[in-house]
Design a protein around this ligand. Sequence first.
Ligand code: CA
Length: 435
Amino acid sequence: MLATLAAPVFAQARPNVVLFFTDDQGYGDLSGAGNPTIHTPHLDALASGGMKLTQFYVGSPVCSPSRAALLTGCYPKRVSMHRHVIFPEYDYGLHTDEITLADLLRDAGYRTGCFGKWHLGHRPGLLPLDQGFDRFAGVPYSNDMSQFHRKKGNKYPHRLPWIEDRKVVEWEPDQRLLTRRSTDAAIEFITASRGERFFCYVPYSMPHIPLYASKEFEGRSPRGLYGDVIEEIDANVGRVIATLEELELTNDTLVLFCSDNGPWLPFKERGGSAGPLRGGKGSNWEGGQRVPCIVSWPGVVPAGRVCREVATAMDVLPTIARFAGSELASQPKIDGHDISTLLLGKAGAKSPTETFLYYTAKGELAGIRRGPWKLLFEHGLFHVERDISEQWDRRKSSRELVAELTALAKDRDAEITANMRPTRKVDATLFDSAR
Ligand SMILES: [Ca+2]
């Protein structure tokens, strides 16, 4: 029945979109994923009222490239954002010629806002307002790029600003309040958008190290500060959901929640958990790039479903474009696919992703997934459906498959390399972050 409803429903529905993107939260860091010491009732309720995607991949195991993939629908390499993260002294960012999800939705008549951590370039002309957003409140890069949090004893030379639209309004904001403050700005934006369509992007800067929770949440979780931070995120997601309910927008709003990459394991208890997955942030093991993902749109996305098909953060742009009734330009080329049939719970719907390429944190081709098989050139061949923890290397018994997948990965990567589009370099600075 949903299948027959699908086409007319979303041609007209044009939902509001709220996109939560946490920073370094692991696959296992929700109570709904079985975590016994972190309680996430709001996220669990969002999942039970919507769909949980169990094989959702981000485009990179680190922040900036992953964000580029989410907002452009492209492999980070295609938009030259694959070479690790952007540091305060860097002079480039995502090219403004790229059509971001915000550009696309703004052109479709949506109000657009970004509240949290940007990390796609912070020189003039590279901020959210230059990439399709009407409003921005948050930090331009990671919360450890702060004079207080890097290189103990040899202080980091850069400071962290809090920016509103294009203006630095505060230096070194109180990090205990980052989650709440980003949420407050998101709620203000949603409330002010009433009567219009909106796209509210909430890339929380937590639980990226250094961890901070507000007084209200500190000491709550038996998991320690990491658990407190996740529980505060959960409560703030709950505040946004409650706002949608108060404004009677719940049925008109698609909410998507996911993380930008896996947990930062070397920080031990201060990092998160990838649950059954091997590895974490910075690696191409599943724990680095397979992240928690929940999609809710009551009445359209069926409640209580689990989607086990492969989907990626690059699919978000073309799928939301479809729901918003927006035509994708034929150029430039993107890598993501429309996964609306998966989200609508259509019987027998299959992933449109034939292959998924893994790139290292520095942007080098590391492997490929096709069907249940995943080849990491340096580590082995794994059947990730039967062997989710990537324990049993099948290379020796599957030499032909290894050769085939190696050639396929190189071929796909060669196409991307041949068609790479540039970043944008900017000489001028918007602010002087040096101490
Ligand atoms: Ca991250």
